[in-house]
Design a protein. Structure first.
Length: 186
């Protein structure tokens, strides 16, 4: 009996894979700030203080040169007038013989007894005090802010995956016949 033999070889594929790779490398961003502080310079010029003591000193008799000279001139004029008046009065007293007065003795006695000084109560004048203040001078100096920014970076390293397929064994069908005298049937 003739027998048909069939042999079949299946297809075999060989696959090699390489996984994809994603590497991320980052550098952090950096920020640096430099500041210069603001300044305010304040300058205060000195004020001017004027004190005029002339009225105060004049109220108790101490005067400056011009006032002193003017007062001395007035006092000299007044003393001259009083001396002329006194001399005239003494002359009148000596001329009045009829009064029976010892005129020369009385005039000498009056000249040797000084007059009682007068006490004058008067308020003292205040000194003139004047202060002139000057305005302060302001000089502002602006502050400064410097910002340096260094951005961060992101570096990608991407390698795609690979799939390699190759035929390791191709499919095939082999058929042949064999003749056998022995019937092998099962």
């Amino acid at each position: 009996m003739i027998r048909l033999n069939i042999s079949q070889q299946y297809a075999k594929i060989e696959m090699t894979t390489e996984r994809p790779y994603l590497g991320i490398k980052t550098t952090s961003p950096k920020i640096s700030m430099e500041t210069q502080a603001a300044k305010l310079e304040i300058r205060q010029p000195r004020g001017e203080l004027e004190i005029d003591n002339r009225p105060f000193r004049a109220s108790y008799g101490i005067k400056d040169h011009s006032e002193f000279l003017r007062d001395r001139a007035e006092l000299g004029r007044q003393t001259a007038l009083e001396a002329v008046g006194r001399i005239a009065e003494e002359g009148d007293r000596m001329a009045a013989i009829e009064s029976g007065e010892a005129a020369i003795a009385n005039i000498a006695a009056d000249a040797n007894s000084p007059p009682v000084p007068e006490i004058t109560w008067a308020p003292l004048e205040k000194p003139i005090i004047q202060y002139i203040a000057h305005k302060p001078e302001f000089t502002p100096v602006k502050g400064n802010l410097t910002i340096n920014i260094q951005p961060g970076t992101v570096d990608y390293d991407y390698r795609p995956g690979e799939v390699n397929i190759r035929m390791a064994q191709y499919p095939s069908i082999t058929m042949w016949t064999t003749d056998s005298t022995i019937d092998l049937s099962t």
